[in-house]
Design a protein around this ligand. Structure first.
Ligand code: ADP
Ligand code: MG
Length: 185
């Protein structure tokens, strides 16, 4: 399979409301793959309250802030770096609008429409611009150098020279292609 346009990266989160429900994790993962995202990084983390306050700092002072921070620190979060053409916009479109109560009626087949529980416990997160994507990838994957990835791995991902590890739910540059590009670690 060859993917044509340049790949963009985004940071996606499966929030603590859905990480407790294995069949929902499975459904969201299937959607990620069927929508032709490639999974560049993936891990499960347990955010502390302080982590969450830092991540959602822009919302400090809003009426839902304490609720949001408490919720995000209440259980595991799965963080993913996803690659695709137009990844940022496409992932946000798949998630649907922020407010679940409205989204259940207005966009019922989006991830938030299908799996969100409340306006706060709304299943998923996605970066909203290339700038926030860079910041958010750094927040969750400080060791991941996305500029290096763009330079050295993007082309192989774009050309489909990757293998999918189902167990770890991640795509990796195929072994035979690693020797072609020695700068890939
Ligand atoms: P998005 O996640 O769609 O980018 P925001 O950045 O505006 O939305 O908000 C961050 C998160 O804060 C939301 O995903 C949701 O969990 C929570 N939130 C936002 N608005 C509300 C609201 N009106 N009521 C309750 N929780 C909210
Ligand atoms: Mg936001």
């Amino acid at each position: 399979m060859t993917i044509r346009g340049p790949l963009q990266l985004t940071l996606a989160l499966l929030k603590p409301d859905v990480t407790r429900v294995p069949h929902v994790i499975q459904a969201i993962r299937s959607k990620i793959l069927s929508e032709k995202f490639l999974v560049v990084r993936h891990k499960e983390v347990r955010l502390s309250k302080q982590d969450t306050e830092r991540f959602y700092g822009e919302h400090q002072g809003k009426f839902f802030y304490n609720r949001l921070v408490t919720f995000m620190a209440s259980g595991p979060t799965q963080a993913l770096v996803l690659a695709r053409e137009d990844a940022i916009k496409h992932w946000r479109a798949l998630m649907g609008p922020t407010k679940v109560y409205k989204t259940k009626y207005e966009a019922p087949y989006t991830l938030r429409g299908l799996y969100g529980l409340t306006d706060t416990r709304n299943s998923t997160h996605g970066s909203d611009s290339p700038e926030t994507a860079a910041q958010e990838m750094k927040f969750f994957f400080p060791e991941f150098n996305w500029e290096h990835w763009q330079k050295c791995e993007e082309e192989m991902f774009r050309k489909g020279l990757v293998t999918f590890d189902e167990k770890d739910f991640i795509h990796r540059v195929s072994l035979e292609n690693r020797s072609i590009n020695k700068s890939v670690n």
